[in-house]
Write a protein that binds this ligand. Structure first.
Ligand code: AMP
Length: 244
């Protein structure tokens, strides 16, 4: 880990935000939006596994069986992969973590990784979405093969069928968005991941956001929470009409 300087320019350890919620609760979508509003590095453990899968690495081969069935990848594998990604960053880069931690041992390992890299967990954003809504969202979710942005056949259809509105690449239905895998993913969310709510509530860093109020409302709530601790990306002012 690059620990040559382990503090951000304001002298405090660099902040890390956690996006927490069930599969399909909007973590990826909102991480992406927040990265365009704040200076954040987006780390999604699901995306890291899928990159390894697509590149046929040993890690990808190992993870495939878990991803296909909707089970969680074993903690030691997931933690080692995240540690490797953190090693690549500069110590002052702020991070938004999407999909990690998902178990109590991962939360304990994250605390160690935070110490090791001179960072601190600043806020946990919990996107609360009902199971019924999750099942209905995932049944029709489409993901872009190139930029990974989601669309939805029912609620947010792409302008051109099968094509990503943002980058023009092909959209696909994730193999683990099939009903059997979604059932398994929700089961492990309730059994292994939900206990983290109490864990972070006890530390007074959990912020619950109703994930069913629409994307603008969710983004506004998340944005207001991160504004306390994270640097905004300066907005470029619209050009002014020239004086005559
Ligand atoms: P996601 O893209 O976040 O829905 O993750 C897709 C799949 O990757 C999950 O169903 C798990 O199989 C695996 N995965 C992602 N993050 C983790 C994690 N923190 N711990 C264990 N498995 C994970």
């Amino acid at each position: 880990m690059n620990t040559s300087s382990n503090h951000s320019p304001d002298g405090r350890p660099a902040p890390v935000a956690l996006l927490f919620g069930a599969p399909g609760s909007g973590k990826g979508t909102h991480a992406d939006k927040l990265c365009r509003q704040f200076q954040l590095v987006h780390i999604s453990t699901g995306d890291l596994f899928r990159v390894n899968l697509n590149h046929h690495t040993d890690l990808g081969r190992l993870a495939q069986i878990y991803l296909d069935s909707g089970e969680l990848v074993p903690d030691e594998v997931t933690i080692a992969m995240l540690r490797g990604r953190l090693l690549e960053l500069e110590p002052d880069e702020a991070i938004i973590l999407d999909g990690f931690p998902r178990t109590l041992p991962q939360a304990a390992a994250l605390d160690e990784l935070m110490k090791e890299s001179g960072r601190r967990i600043s806020a946990v954003l919990y996107l609360n979405v009902s199971d019924a809504e999750i099942v209905s969202r995932l049944a029709d979710r489409l993901i872009c093969r190139a930029c990974h942005r989601p669309a939805n056949r029912a609620f947010r259809p792409p302008k051109v069928t099968g094509i990503c509105d943002t980058c023009g690449a092909e959209l696909h239905h994730r193999t683990d968005d099939n009903p059997a895998a979604v059932k398994t993913r929700l089961k492990s969310y309730h059994a292994q991941t939900k206990p983290l709510i109490q864990h972070y509530q006890n530390r007074e860093i959990l912020h619950e956001i109703n994930g069913e109020i629409g994307p603008e409302g969710v983004n506004a709530a998340a944005n207001a929470i991160l504004a306390k601790d994270f640097a905004r990306i300066p907005q470029i002012a619209a050009p002014q009409p020239a004086n005559r």
